[in-house]
Design a binder for this molecule. Structure first.
Ligand SMILES: C[C@@H]1O[C@H](OP(=O)(O)OP(=O)(O)OC[C@H]2O[C@@H](n3ccc(=O)[nH]c3=O)[C@H](O)[C@@H]2O)[C@H](O)[C@H](O)[C@H]1O
Length: 462
């Protein structure tokens, strides 16, 4: 390590109020703290207890809970996207925007060297005020950032991508990684929605890209090699690959009830099904999913939110479902310890929406993977996992509207779980290969040391 790299940095982090963003920011904070850097981590007040067990260096990573201001229409308890239906996410964005003065006062006092952010596009301006550098940290892969970036398709930066554009990948994409018609339609629509403060999500991202001093991405050359070079050429500022930032082992034990229940089943026999912290299915799709789990005849633990317009999960279950599956099914509608569940010896299959956080946790586990993406980057990550890495199988959907049946869910699970299945053997072998490659000693270290070197470069000689 060079003497410059040796110098400890003080980095403030303020991720979007979504568990799928806060969690990977914290994983990165842990990697940086391992190297002796000091992190000030701003997060919504009531979210802190969920994150405490993931802070592996409390002497170097300081949580600063930020009270979430009241916003008209936002329930009093709501703080993150996990607490609200999709249509209310812009209210969470408005609430986060309203914390600007609080963050300003903290930065004035703390004077960090750098600020890592994502959706709070006003942070580069605040950072500049206190001579700090700002880094836009993309907690997903490089692929979605490039796919949804108009300049990757030789369009002006403010061009609104349409369905016809989005069904085709930009040049240089690996084979098979593209959106289906219904996904392209959903994305084109989402890109035009007001995401709070009369700005679309795309407009916020463009301001963030433009204003920041550098971009860091939670990825590595081992997975996204050729795209990394392409993305670096697209933007006129430093792009750092922060590495896969795989999660360390949580400092907590699995809830006794869940652990006890799982222990009642044989090795790798239980299906764990969870669609991240945000996804709310339509009721008919929710029913097809749980009926698909039932069809397999295998034990299952499903951690799902009540579907759209249903107050409770029980009220949304198909008739007689609970009675029929009482001996082998657990349906949970709260927060579960996903990482610990994935590493439980009884769990053998993960039905996942392919969120980037779930990807990292799944790839480090030994579970077989069934992919059921629901939004944005998840579509592309599912393609990456099924077509390129070949570590999982996607549930078949209708191309024009994305509808999936219970039979399709059951078929994908059986394909990966049955001992004699050729597909099952192939994804198991590929999964083992990728797990070994990504957890290879020195790999994370290499990316973190490159990142730290880049950050020192931004700060210049002091
Ligand atoms: C970047 C952004 O993250 C979002 O995250 P989302 O919550 O859907 O999924 P994950 O990335 O798997 O993140 C979810 C995280 O929450 C954890 N968890 C979730 C539910 C639960 O009950 N218990 C848990 O521990 C899980 O273990 C994972 O770490 C969206 O996909 C979005 O498309 C993407 O851009």
């Amino acid at each position: 390590m060079s003497p410059v790299e040796d110098k400890s940095l003080h980095i403030a982090m303020y991720p979007w109020f979504a568990m799928g963003h806060i969690t990977p920011f914290l994983h990165l904070a842990n990697k940086l703290a391992e190297k002796g850097h000091k992190i000030t981590f701003f997060l919504p007040l009531k979210t802190q207890p969920k994150l405490a067990s993931l802070n592996h260096h409390p002497h170097l990573i300081t949580f600063i809970p930020v009270p979430v201001p009241r916003v008209d229409g936002l329930p009093e308890w709501a703080e993150t996207t996990n607490d609200v239906p999709p249509q209310d996410r812009p209210l969470i964005m408005i609430a986060m925007d309203s914390t600007r003065d609080t963050i300003d006062s903290h930065l004035a006092q703390l004077k960090p060297d750098l600020v890592f952010f994502d959706f709070a596009h006003w942070l580069p301006g605040l950072a500049r005020k206190y001579q700090a550098k700002s880094v836009f940290y993309c907690a997903s892969f490089m692929m979605p950032a490039v796919y949804f970036f108009p300049q990757a398709r030789n369009k002006p930066i403010n061009y609104a991508l349409e369905e016809e554009d989005l069904v085709h990948p930009p040049p240089g994409f690996p084979d098979g990684i593209r959106l289906a018609a219904h996904e392209a339609r959903a994305m084109a629509h989402a890109l035009k929605l007001d995401f709070g403060g009369e700005m679309t999500w795309a407009e916020r991202s463009m301001v963030a890209y433009k204003e920041c001093d550098a971009i860091a991405i939670k990825t590595c050359r081992e997975i996204e090699g050729p795209l990394c070079e392409f993305a670096t050429m697209l933007v006129n500022k430093p792009v750092f690959l922060a590495g896969p930032s795989l999660p360390g082992h949580p400092n907590s034990r699995l809830d006794e009830d869940i652990d006890g229940w799982l222990k009642g089943f044989g090795h790798a026999t239980v299906i764990y099904c969870a669609l991240g912290s945000e996804c709310t299915l339509e009721k008919d799709q929710f029913q097809e999913l749980v009926l698909g789990l039932e069809l397999t005849g295998k034990p299952f633990l499903a951690a799902l939110k009540p579907p759209i317009n249903c107050k409770t999960i029980e009220s949304a279950l198909p008739e007689g479902f609970l009675e029929r599956t009482r001996d082998r099914g657990m349906i949970h509608d709260g927060w579960v310890q996903q990482q610990l569940i994935l590493n439980h010896p009884s769990v053998g299959c993960f039905v996942t929406h392919s969120g980037p956080g779930s990807f990292s946790e799944a790839i480090m586990s030994k579970c077989q993977m069934v992919l059921l993406p629901q939004a944005v980057d998840q579509f592309l990550i599912a393609r990456l996992m099924s077509c390129y890495m070949k570590v999982g199988v996607e549930v078949e959907k209708r191309d024009y509207d994305g509808f999936f049946t219970r039979e399709a869910v059951g078929k994908a699970i059986n394909l990966v779980m049955e001992e004699e299945s050729e597909v099952g053997k192939e994804v198991r072998a590929n999964h083992a290969k990728w797990r070994e490659l990504l957890s290879k000693e020195g790999l994370e270290e290499y990316y973190i040391s490159q990142l730290v070197q880049g950050l020192h470069g931004l700060l210049g000689p002091k």
